[in-house]
Design a protein around this ligand. Structure first.
Ligand code: CP
Ligand code: NVA
Length: 323
């Protein structure tokens, strides 16, 4: 059973998950979102604790984990790596061993993918990747949920990511789209295309699911797209690249003229947020009628709750009755 397979699992990248498992998490996200909208109160994390480790800043991811865990009766503990011993006096392995003895799960946001992998290897509890330089898996589950809410389904739909195609969000979209049969186009300058190793890993996944992965520099590829997605030009940790990125990416700014290149009035705009208005997106697009970025931001909470429920509580979800 899918729910059994998800119990105790870490989420480091969607490469480790099957299409069926991802679809289960999308269904669970819809369920917990509906519960919330109906005002139901559940206590499925009662008596549980989660450590939330942050090397980088966050608004949505931190608040999603804290509120989703706390409102279900659990106790989230925020640990900035500015304050704890990890990375200073203590190794990641030793920190993982201790946290695993005190917490039921761990979330990590930071620089290296190897750190989140080490936490998962040595803690013995589920570890959730809340963003590394390489991947941002919890983000893209919310993105697919938002796409499905807009169009009824995601299979066969086409997302065009415009901007820094090498970044963690673009990389995670490649993986989840390849798994789910969502067509995915990266439109970026030649020097900012996704790395070849990830593309060759995803090619057979896309072939199996029916997803078409396209990498191009040409915004004419936007024609017919269901969704245009962008992210900041300068990701956290790359601040020294600001001028170079502005030069490379200015022609790829998502403004209304670029949105209109889909040739469709019903194509949607997505952004993981935070947005730098006037750089990767103009304010009129972000706040305009085609934007789903605010629903997408809210969906971070519902999808993160679903991911934690599946991993921490598993098949026998207690307290599913209205309180
Ligand atoms: N999208 C996202 O991860 O936002 P935060 O950086 O605010 O967590
Ligand atoms: N690519 C961005 C995503 C922020 C949610 C970054 O890593 O800063």
């Amino acid at each position: 059973m899918v729910s059994e397979a998800l119990k105790g699992r870490s989420l480091l990248t969607w490469l480790d998950y099957t299409e069926e498992e991802i679809r289960y998490l999308l269904d669970l996200s819809r369920q917990v979102k509906a519960e919330k909208k109906q005002g139901e109160v559940h206590q499925r994390f009662l008596g549980k604790t989660i450590a939330l480790l942050f090397e980088k800043r966050s608004t949505r991811t931190r608040c999603a984990f804290e509120t989703a865990f706390g409102e279900e009766g659990g106790h989230p503990v925020f640990l900035s790596t500015q304050d704890i011993q990890m990375g200073a006096k203590e190794s990641v392995e030793d920190t993982a061993r201790i946290l695993g003895r005190m917490f039921d799960a761990i979330q990590f946001r930071g620089f290296k993918q190897s750190t989140v992998e080490t936490l998962a290897k040595y803690s013995g509890v589920p570890v959730f990747n809340g963003l590394t330089d390489n991947f941002h898996p919890t983000q893209v589950l919310a993105d697919i949920l938002t796409l499905e809410e807009s169009f009824g389904s995601s299979r066969g739909k086409r997302i065009c990511f415009v901007g820094d195609g090498r970044n963690n969000v673009a990389r995670s979209l490649i993986v989840i789209c390849a798994k789910l049969g969502v067509h995915f186009t990266v439109i970026s300058p030649a020097s900012l295309t996704p790395d070849a190793a990830l593309l060759s890993t995803c090619a057979p996944l896309a072939a199996a699911s029916g997803a078409k992965l396209t990498i191009t520099t040409d915004t004419a590829e936007l024609k017919g797209a269901d969704a245009i997605y962008t992210d900041v030009w300068v990701s956290m940790g790359e601040e020294d690249k600001k001028e170079e990125r502005r030069r490379l990416l200015t022609p790829y700014q998502v403004n209304q003229a670029l949105m209109d290149k889909t040739g469709r009035g019903d194509s949607i705009f997505l952004h993981c947020l935070p947005a730098v208005k006037g750089e990767e997106v103009t304010a009129d697009v972000l706040d305009g009628p085609q934007s789903r970025a605010w629903d997408e931001g809210e969906n971070r909470k519902h999808t993160i709750k679903a991911i934690m429920l599946a991993a921490i509580c598993g098949a026998a979800l207690p307290g599913t009755k209205s309180a």
